[in-house]
Design a protein around this ligand. Structure first.
Ligand code: BGC
Length: 360
């Protein structure tokens, strides 16, 4: 079944330092849109989407070679397009306790744990891939067995994500996971988008269906409080607003000023709903985010500083892209009032997120 299916091609994306081959899958739908995903980190590296005149352009930040992606004692780049887990975002002090047993994780974002840890985090390992038939467009399924103890997490976890480029012009990600010991699971995609395909996203207009957010401390770890967005720079709900307008008041430590917060979507996203819209008035491109998750991290690439150069020579300066990472709330394993994220043996974790590439 592999190798051939309408709208899917597979090619080599080079080799890891270990010699292991990395493949790149290109999904193309009937409208000509394309999405590329590599097996390393089940990473979305490219999305070609139309502007209002129908012209296709790159809207996803990424690189054209594996060395630019590969973990090398530290991340080579800030999770661009990666499938992030076992636990996306932060776990306080890299610790959590289940059934009286405390587990210790890497504190790779001192003093906290970030995005699943180091070399065995799901974003830094090579997944298996298989082209799969889906009714709504070309699709590839990525699977990875994360072993008991990898990155300090308990249980053998079988994780999978199916990427479909639907005929309705959405990149759909359907995640699943099972475990043989209770373990926190929180999977997301960390794509940075720029709907102009150049410059910064400060002129993009944003709407987020979040009426409140989880308050963070100086290291962006939740304090446990959920605060209303009213009368803060985080209110993109009552009135869609230009991202750059209030960015200097959005928080962060110099020079990494900008948006980096988790919106609470409950009860809005119970079921499946559009939770964010980003519009670029220059090109007419409109991105809609749909999800079943209770939270979404809005991050404006505050830590990008121009040292990384992406595909086509594009220098990734601060605010070159935005991320809208659908997720459970950060540090849920340590916050009793947040929705549960512990997956039990016998259960299947499932979640779905779509990025729709539209024009207006
Ligand atoms: C986090 C940021 C972090 C970034 C890394 C985001 O999900 O919220 O704080 O710097 O990932 O790229």
């Amino acid at each position: 079944m592999d190798e051939e299916m309408a709208g899917v091609t597979k090619a080599s994306f080079g080799k890891l330092r270990s010699g292991e081959p990395v493949d790149i899958y290109t999904l193309t739908n009937k409208n000509g849109l394309s999405a590329k995903i590599i097996t390393y980190g089940a990473t979305l590296t490219s999305v070609m989407a139309p502007d209002k005149s129908g012209k296709l352009g790159e809207v996803c930040l990424g690189f054209d070679n594996i060395a630019a992606y590969e973990f090398n004692g530290k991340p080579a780049q800030p999770y661009m397009g990666a499938t992030v887990g076992r636990y996306a975002n932060r776990i306080g002090k890299g610790r959590f306790t289940i059934g009286g047993k405390t587990y210790k994780l890497a504190t790779n974002n001192p003093p906290n744990h970030l995005h699943g840890g180091e070399s065995k985090a799901l974003c830094w390992v090579n997944w298996k891939a298989q082209i799969v038939p889906r009714p709504d467009g070309p699709a590839v399924q990525f699977t990875y067995l994360s072993k008991d103890g990898d990155e300090g997490y308990p249980g053998n976890v079988n994780a999978s994500v199916i990427f479909t480029l639907t005929e309705a012009n959405t990149v759909k990600m359907e995640y699943a996971a099972t475990t043989d010991k209770p373990c926190p699971i929180n999977l997301t995609n960390h794509a940075y988008f720029n709907l102009k395909g150049s410059g910064t996203i400060l002129d993009h207009e944003l709407y987020i269906a979040g009426k409140s957010y989880t308050e963070g401390d100086d290291d962006l770890l939740p304090t446990g409080k959920i605060l209303p967005v009213t009368d803060t720079p985080y209110d993109f709900f009552t009135q869609p607003a230009i991202i750059g307008d209030r960015i200097n008041a959005a928080g962060g430590k110099e020079p990494a000023i900008g948006y980096d917060l988790n919106y609470v979507l409950l009860p809005g996203a119970k079921g499946y709903a559009t939770v964010a819209r980003v519009h670029d008035h220059n090109t007419g491109r409109l991105l809609e985010v749909r999800t079943d998750q209770p939270g979404i991290q809005f991050y404006t690439g505050n830590f990008l500083d121009g040292t990384l150069v992406g595909r086509g020579g594009w220098k990734y300066v601060q605010y070159s892209g935005f991320c809208l990472e659908t997720q459970h709330f950060p540090d849920s394993p340590n916050q009793k009032s947040f929705p549960n994220t512990i997956l039990q043996p016998g259960q299947t974790y499932r979640t779905k997120t779509e990025y729709a590439f539209l024009v207006k």
